[in-house]
Ligand binder design. Structure first.
Ligand code: SF4
Length: 335
């Protein structure tokens, strides 16, 4: 029998939350009468609001007292089923504390006794993370369904227009997004001078360039924008995630590293190039209707390191010429 209330403990990273969208859509299709409660970091929950990825959302705070209050709220909601996407002990503990009778997650960190179905996990990279999340629900008979593109809310489109205006991009001009940073570290960041060279070539192709990132990345994004020239601007730190969704949805192209922004852009349907470094593209490459993953993995790949001691050969193998060739083909295909 279909459950009436389903708790989904979402992952804590932007890209991983977007890779959980297929699971949310599958749950919705399998159990149309069920209410879905999503639990995760507040800024990431906001992404799911416009498409009703969940009926209710509870922000998962960092502070212990606030977590206890959130746990009490979740328990009062009385979920029947809990799907635990993160591998942490604490997320399985939350599922157990919620009172859900059925609690499904992957085995790890000695949490098996907190779950009613603790699935063995294949070695990292053997299977895409989206498919791993779907596998959790498959144990309950839930099947994958097509996933639509992520559509920005009207107010976010307005905010994006204001960002474009401030960057000097007029209505009718097309823009490309460059996302040159990665929260994980330099072993996942293609080189700044190559981003700048690619940005210049995109300007020559008639595009305005917006360099995106967090507030903490603003200085490096500014440097790249300056190196590209007057047709580029940094918007780092000035784009809350919903605004970034709207900027991506209207972009002619997004050039990103192995970062959450790549998943965000790909989810909107924007033509997206994603450059891979130290991680496994088989595990977490962005998915969407128009995505190209640029990954030339040397024998040492994937090493999963934040920094490389042998000169990031994986990233060095990605040339500007290759990126531009893929860009031209991708943009042509996307129409
Ligand atoms: S060790 Fe290999 S895979 Fe890891 S960052 Fe360095 S070159 Fe890339």
């Amino acid at each position: 029998m279909a459950p009436a209330r389903v708790l989904v403990r979402l992952p804590n990273w932007l890209g991983d939350v977007l890779m959980a969208r297929p699971l949310l859509y599958a749950l919705r299709a399998a159990w149309p009468g069920a209410r879905l409660l999503a639990v995760g970091p507040e800024p990431l929950l906001a992404l799911l609001a416009p498409e009703r990825g969940a009926d209710e959302r509870v922000a998962w705070p960092r502070d212990g007292a606030a977590r206890r209050a959130a746990t009490a709220r979740i328990r009062a909601w009385a979920p029947e089923v809990a799907l635990v996407l993160p591998a942490s002990f604490s997320s399985a503990w939350l599922a157990w504390r919620s009172g859900a009778i059925t609690r499904v997650g992957y085995r790890s960190e000695g949490r098996d006794s907190l779950l009613t179905q603790a699935l063995p996990r294949r070695p990292r990279g053997e299977r895409h993370l989206s498919d791993e999340f779907l596998e959790l629900a498959a144990t309950l008979g839930v099947k994958p369904v097509p996933v639509p593109v992520l559509v920005p809310a009207p107010e976010d489109v307005r905010d994006a227009r204001a960002v474009l205006d401030a960057a000097g991009v007029t209505t009718g001009e097309r823009h490309a997004l460059l996302a040159p940073r990665s929260a994980f570290g330099p072993a996942r960041e293609w080189f700044a001078d190559r981003f700048a060279a690619t940005g210049k070539a995109l300007v020559e192709r008639g595009l305005r360039v917006l360099v995106c990132g967090t507030a903490a990345e603003a200085e490096s994004c500014e440097r790249i924008a300056r190196a590209i020239g007057p047709d580029a601007a940094s918007v780092a730190g000035r784009t809350p995630l919903p605004t970034l969704v709207a900027l991506a949805a209207s972009a002619r192209l997004a050039l990103c590293n192995d970062s959450g922004i790549a998943h965000l852009a790909a989810s909107t349907g924007a033509p997206t190039l994603q450059i891979y470094g130290s991680a496994s593209s088989a595990w977490t490459a962005a998915r969407g209707p128009h995505v190209r993953v640029l990954h030339r993995a040397p024998a040492c790949s994937p090493c999963w390191q934040r920094t490389c001691r042998i000169g990031t050969r994986c990233l060095d193998a990605v040339t500007v010429a290759w990126v531009l060739s893929e860009t031209d083909q991708l943009v042509k295909e996307a129409g």
